[in-house]
Design a protein around this ligand. Sequence first.
Ligand SMILES: NC(=O)c1ccc[n+]([C@@H]2O[C@H](COP(=O)([O-])OP(=O)(O)OC[C@H]3O[C@@H](n4cnc5c(N)ncnc54)[C@H](OP(=O)(O)O)[C@@H]3O)[C@@H](O)[C@H]2O)c1
Length: 346
Amino acid sequence: MSLIKDSTVALITGTSSNLGFNIAVRLLEQLPSSRDITLIVTSRTLPKVKESINDIKQYIHEKIPEKKNKVEFDYILVDFTDMVSILSAYYELDQKYTHIDYLFVNAAQGVYGGIDWKAACVEVLQNPIDAVTSPTYKLQRIGVESNDNMGLVFQANVFGPYYFIHKIKHLLAKDHGKIIWISSLMSHPKYLSFNDLQLLRSPESYEGSKRLVDLLHYGTYKNLKKFGIDQYLVHPGIFTSFSFYQFLNVFTYYGMLMLFYLARFLGSPYHNISGYIAANAPVSAALGKSKQAIKTGSACTRFGKEYLSYEEVDTTGSEDVASYFNKLVKEWDEKLKDQIVNTRQP
Ligand SMILES: NC(=O)c1ccc[n+]([C@@H]2O[C@H](COP(=O)([O-])OP(=O)(O)OC[C@H]3O[C@@H](n4cnc5c(N)ncnc54)[C@H](OP(=O)(O)O)[C@@H]3O)[C@@H](O)[C@H]2O)c1
């Protein structure tokens, strides 16, 4: 494919998600009109790549037609629970690109087993705002390992993306690139035990992975700066996600949505509901409107007017987490060193 020369290159992991799509369109809206942009869409599957590209093209056509001839699309297929897949994604990017300007680490998964409906009803009746802010009734399976023998959620949400960054660091460093990690409101220190960094014994592995994201950011951003890369930590608040639809029917979906609006009306600043508002903090960070030492959140007023919130994070253990990850990176460099060979060389 013909890539636009000297374009701004942005890669969004999990572009097929509500947040991924909205990061893409907000970024396209806000980057200067004079810039050509190459948007690298990622997914685990080709149909979702095609769907994402079509959705973004449709948005450009309807809302930002002036950008139509400024944007070129590319894609990579990558599964962060598979180290060989990450390595081939890196290899492909390394062959095609000399620089990557923005990397949004947005893809994430949990290992959900369903909803504890009884607990959900009790929580909703006792405290409806809490029930839709920090729900504890989503059931997560414990001890799920990836085929690479790591904690699956640990690898999907944190180590896999971290290894990817390690491999493409030179591309990010080339033109002072930016990395934006998507964390969550649900990343309280209580979700992570330092005796279980791969979250294999945790009943809250998703939340634990977000705590790891926070600590990894604080343990690495200063060092990345020395390479010429700026890394940011953001959270998108709460918004409608495609991932939980499978557990909801039409009544529970609209019930949840109603509670979201109620929580917002009663003063919760984080019930953004819309993916577009949720993408405010990630895109603002990318465009230099937030500080690296603070977690920036997407928030809105009770009438849905967006703004940014800034939060201090307890960084206890960030150096230990960074050392653990760096040690694991070295182990995987060693394991993968003969994985891709250039068969075209004589
Ligand atoms: N929804 C919320 O209220 C909320 C709140 C706080 C934080 N967040 C964070 O916001 C981000 C987006 O959330 P969302 O709810 O919009 O996402 P989502 O609907 O759950 O979609 C997840 C995305 O991640 C990708 N993905 C999942 N597992 C992957 C893997 N193993 N390898 C590569 N890609 C993988 C999926 O890509 P494919 O299926 O196309 O492969 C999909 O695009 C996540 O980081 C989430 O933790 C969400």
